[in-house]
Design a protein around this ligand. Sequence first.
Ligand code: NOJ
Length: 528
Amino acid sequence: MHWWQRAVLYQIYPRSFQDSNGDGVGDLPGIVRRLPYLAELGVDALWLSPIFVSPMADFGYDISDYTAIDPLFGSMRDFDALLDAAHAQGLKVLLDFVPNHTSDQHPWFVESRASRQSAKRDWYIWRNGAPNGGPPNNWLSEFGGSAWQFDAATDQYYYHAFLAAQPDLNWRNPQVRDAMHDTMRFWLRRGVDGFRVDVIWHLIKDEAFRDNPPNPDFRDGEMPYRRLLPLYSTDRPEVHDIIQGLRAVIDEFPERLLIGEVYLPVERLAAYYGRDLSGAHLPFNFSLLETPWQARAIAALIDRYEAALPDGAWPNWVLGNHDRPRLASRVGDAQMAVAAMLLLTLRGTPTLYYGDEIGMRQAAIAPGQVRDPWEKNVPGFGAGRDGCRTPMQWDGGAHAGFSVAEPWLPVSDDFAACNVARESADPSSLLNLYRRLIALRRTRVALSQGDYRPLAAACDILAYERVVAGDRVLVVLNLGPQPIVYRVPAGTTAENLLISTDSGRDGQKVADSIALRGHEGVVIELCV
Ligand code: NOJ
């Protein structure tokens, strides 16, 4: 088994984790300071959202130098210190690799835009306007408006899937591939343990630039980008060769991990493992972010995902990230513990988003405090991502212990009750449940490596077994408010209750049925 198959991954949004120099923005020395917290939580690897030199139009997802640390976060020396300290504590470090687009301030783009004859012109996607005027085709930017930006000086348009300040690279150009592969090698040689690749399904666009078709499911009031189906601008068949190229670079180094960010239905996602598993090790599975929080819907989703996985592919699950509303606000306070138990008992590598382990909620952002460029471009559609990126809540002191200065985004106003210090001291807190679940996952092979076997259940109950030679556990989750008695399946003998979301019950003996309270989840040891 590879380390990442057994691992629990933890996403840090560096701007918001821990400020060490009093500028209100989190930084690398701040992360070093908090490594003991992460080690105690029990996670195995950190993924850092981008820390590279950037004008910060999209908070680091617009990179102007791929091989330097933005001074806002620290120096290369700070990075090396973080890497060493993390490794010394047994934590792996994954970086965010953003190959689809650069910043418009990147020297490559500056050169590309300088003239039509520029040696780097073809490093980006330049097209003439349509014969009757206007952009080359109807493609839309995810962040609002046309995806084409007119450049008056050279009388052509360039393509940007996101902000105009994020021009897309042309991955059909072998020089682009070589240059980007070299940036990967730069970090891999430095010792990073792998990458999470930004918008990997966007990397190649239709060679003929055909118009995208209208989306028949589009409804008024939805995000304008949804008006069209991004059939020709994303998820092209050629993308898999590009990903294979990234994977080949990863495979030049021992035991490194390639994760791909892919927002597609699970059946399409499966292709991102690549032919003969030569693609991403883990194409991120975001399907729980989009599925209603109902037992039957989730059970069906797990079945669909398990069925879609290619032979030998390793699954993974995500419940939150820096682009989606906070887990606690999506599932509601009463279900936070059940959600934690689900994430940490499903088959496959789980990824936690910082702060979800203490139940941080989507913070209210006043109109004058909006920082997210997406929300600024297309206000009123609920696109805003600031509310899930607020400072980590460490304690009940000033600025929640995140910084001595006013933070770049407001601290959520529930921080006096919801913070690490308080929850650490409370054995029945969500944080301590996460710690117990992660520790259990480490000791029970059935949880980290076992097969997934769905069990029949009614109403709000989601039940499954995890089984491996010599170890077998039963997971029963009550996604509703009603108490319920769950009968252990015939022919199965239950032993101890290993963990309940209500911590007082751990260790209880279980007979042939178990009474669950509303919103309770349990993991039970079964006789093998
Ligand atoms: C996906 C990232 O997760 C998101 O934060 C970013 O805005 C877009 N890609 C563009 O890079």
